[in-house]
Design a protein around this ligand. Structure first.
Ligand code: DAH
Length: 347
């Protein structure tokens, strides 16, 4: 009897494998219907000796459940399956030789592409990419960088303050207004010489054609023995030639930053008007950011002896250099974050 039941199951399963919509109902009738093979076999159960009856009865029930389940699954999958090539050849409206629908493929955002390109340029000359917190203590963002307590960058007009308790040593918590806050964190790692590139999101209360309240900066920091301004100029020259091309001009002007001495502002000839002057630039030059030799107080905050080591740093906006790229003609930086797909899809 067991053998007979197993045979019934195997027969049903192999028929199910090949079955299409019409076959499936016939298989149900042939095996599970009133006069189906399994139903009839189960009717014979009472003729078995009592000690076998329970065991065989259990097997028969199991097979019945399996077949019911398989038939249901098959019904459901046949409902879902679209017309196969056999049925499509019967349907003259479907041309199976036509190319299929291409899945739509996105692309990296312009700013991500710029970050990748900038990173590769600096990695070529030995910089290591790092990332430090965006939500940062005032001490790393200002205090350790030689900013006096009353510096205007520290007040609410420039910086976003996070509503968290003020730490007695580190001060309030802010959204990093610049990537320079990574400088002292890098120094405190205690590994010299340093050649770091910190690229991160920064936040400031600003919005106009060349500023957004969230933007990206990249910060270079080099600390070692005998590091001087000519090294800084060499690195900047390598960057501008690689990123903007050798035909573009750049310059440094004396300036003041709290954390560098001497300090410079870095300008590049405007790529929108080709140096003739436009609404974006100042007489053909666009100011990118700052640079300078690391102030001895900053080295001290990073537990580095300024008598033994010197360093230079530079930092500016990813979006700003991106705007300056030849042929991009980006004259309003805010478009990068407006989620305008027509604009973004071009790149
Ligand atoms: N952190 C400055 C800013 O956001 C830019 C800057 C100036 C970075 C001088 C530097 C530097 O590394 O040396 O305005």
């Amino acid at each position: 009897m067991e053998e007979q039941l197993i045979q019934i199951k195997n027969d049903a399963m192999s028929l199910l494998l090949e079955a299409d919509k019409e076959d499936i109902e016939q298989i149900y009738i042939d095996f599970l219907g009133k006069k189906g093979r399994l139903t009839l076999a189960m009717k014979d159960l009472p003729t078995l000796p009592i000690e076998k009856r329970t065991e065989v009865g259990k097997l028969a029930n199991e097979i019945k459940n399996i077949l019911e389940e398989q038939i249901d699954d098959k019904r459901a999958s046949l409902k879902k399956t679209p017309a196969s090539h056999t049925s499509s050849s019967a349907n003259p409206h479907i041309d199976v030789t036509l190319p299929g629908n291409k899945p739509s493929v996105g692309s990296l955002h312009l700013v991500t592409q710029a970050i990748d390109e900038i990173t590769t340029i600096f990695q070529t000359i030995g910089f290591t990419k790092v990332r430090y917190p965006e939500v940062e203590y005032d001490w790393y963002a200002f205090g350790a960088l030689n900013f006096p307590e009353d510096h205007p960058a520290r007040d609410d007009w420039e910086t976003f303050f996070v509503d968290l308790p003020i730490d007695p040593k580190m001060g309030p918590v802010v959204l990093t207004p610049h990537t320079s806050s990574g400088q002292v964190r890098e120094m405190l790692k205690g590994e010299l010489p340093i050649k770091m590139l910190n690229i991160a999101k920064c936040y400031r209360r600003q919005s106009d054609v060349s500023h957004t309240s969230m933007f990206h900066q990249f910060e270079g920091l080099v600390v070692g023995k005998g590091v001087n301004i000519s090294h800084l100029k060499g690195v900047l020259d390598f960057f501008f030639n690689s990123y903007l091309g050798e035909q573009r001009k750049w310059r440094i002007r004396p300036y003041h930053f709290q954390f560098t001495e001497p300090s410079f502002e870095v300008d590049v000839s405007c790529g929108i008007c080709n140096g003739t002057g436009c609404k974006l630039c100042k007489e053909g030059w666009l100011e990118l950011g700052g640079a300078g030799m690391v102030h001895p107080n900053v080295l001290r905050a990073g537990k580095i002896d300024p008598e033994e080591y010197t360093g230079f740093a530079f930092g500016w906006g990813v979006e700003r250099v991106l705007m300056m790229k030849e042929g991009l003609q980006l004259d309003d930086l805010r478009i990068l974050y407006s989620n305008n797909l027509d604009f973004l899809k071009q790149f």
